[in-house]
Design a protein around this ligand. Structure first.
Ligand SMILES: [Ca+2]
Ligand SMILES: [Ca+2]
Length: 328
């Protein structure tokens, strides 16, 4: 059986209720503003719910009760009056690629269900927990976005503020939520940290992997220089570098506004520059140099004489005898 492309809204009780059989596909439906659950699945085997918009129903958005093998993907489940999705004694239920946000109680509430997997979902801003579980079954909730690059808060009491809270009533070992989806991940491939760059040009190479959201902008800068837009590329060459230490920094921004930076330090070694050949000294400058030397030598002689020492007089310089008059 298949229910697709339907708009199911404003019913006094459940929007869709399926019960007591197997294999149904619900896809591309908008299920909203119904008086009880948006979609209620009871004692059913094999349900696929995909691409549905389930919102603003008075009780649970999607309620799965004593069923098994339920797959929910690419659905938006928001602003329902109670739980976004409740999974009650229903093994092998999986959620992927869903947005579960702003529901009046828990985003996802799992009770005594084995083999529950929740991945690649955005779970944010639910009034109580983003995900709460009861029962001695492990819920695998890795690779989700919890409203913060730092992941969810593990705590017994939920709150309406992100990051979302997660909790397992029977102990933390029954809830796995790490790693979570965060901001983009930048890896600087070249140069290696501390590399010595011969010459005044360096090519920075990197990769950027998206976290929970698509990357919308990548920028690079050298030291405290201006940011340069390098979105969509994976290398950039700086030229005309001065010798010494430098830092290149890459910054990635995703569509949720998460900003991640990664830096690499390197050392630029410029070739030894030979001093320019000495220009011939003009005669008038030579005269000036001679005067200076003469003045110095004369002073030295005076000092030594006043000390009355027996130190021999300094040797004559090649360019002027010490006896030449000073100040000419
Ligand atoms: Ca919350
Ligand atoms: Ca919180």
């Amino acid at each position: 059986m298949s229910i697709s492309g339907c708009n199911i809204r404003g019913n006094g009780y459940n929007g869709i209720r399926i019960r007591g059989s197997r294999n149904v596909i619900i896809s591309g439906c908008a299920v909203s503003n119904n008086g009880y659950d948006g979609i209620h699945i009871g004692s059913y085997h094999g349900v696929v719910i995909s691409g549905c918009d389930v919102r603003s129903n008075d009780y649970d958005g999607i309620d799965i009760v004593i069923s098994r093998n339920i797959a929910i993907s690419e659905c938006t489940v928001g602003h329902n009056g109670y739980n976004g999705i409740r999974i009650w004694r229903s093994p092998n239920t999986s959620l992927s690629g869903c947005s579960v946000s702003g529901n009046g109680y828990n985003g996802i509430y799992v009770v005594n269900s084995s083999g529950v997997n929740v991945h690649y979902c955005n779970i944010t801003s639910n009034i109580r927990h983003g995900l709460c579980t009861r029962g001695e079954y492990v819920v695998n909730a890795t690779y989700n976005w919890w409203g913060s690059p730092d992941g969810p808060e593990y705590k017994a009491v939920g709150d309406p503020y992100d990051p979302e809270e997660v909790y397992s009533h029977d102990g933390p070992k029954y809830l796995v939520y790490e790693p979570w989806l965060g901001g983009p991940v930048i890896e600087i491939i070249s140069p290696r940290s501390g590399a010595i760059i011969e010459g005044d040009a360096v090519t920075i190479e990197w990769s950027v992997e998206p976290g929970a959201f698509d990357v919308v902008r990548v920028e690079i800068r050298l030291d405290d220089g201006p940011w340069i837009d390098v979105t969509g590329t994976t290398s950039y060459t700086f030229t005309g570098l001065s010798g010494g230490e430098h830092v290149a920094t890459i910054r990635a921004v995703d569509e949720a506004g998460n900003v991640v930076e990664e830096s690499v330090e390197f050392y630029v070694k410029l070739p030894e520059v030979a001093p320019p050949p000495a220009a011939p000294i003009p005669p008038e400058m030579l005269a000036g140099v001679a005067t200076g030397v003469i003045a110095s030598v004369a002073t030295a002689i005076v000092i030594k004489k006043r000390r009355g020492s027996t130190v021999p007089a300094p040797p004559h310089t090649a360019c002027a005898p010490p006896s030449a008059p000073a100040g000419t």
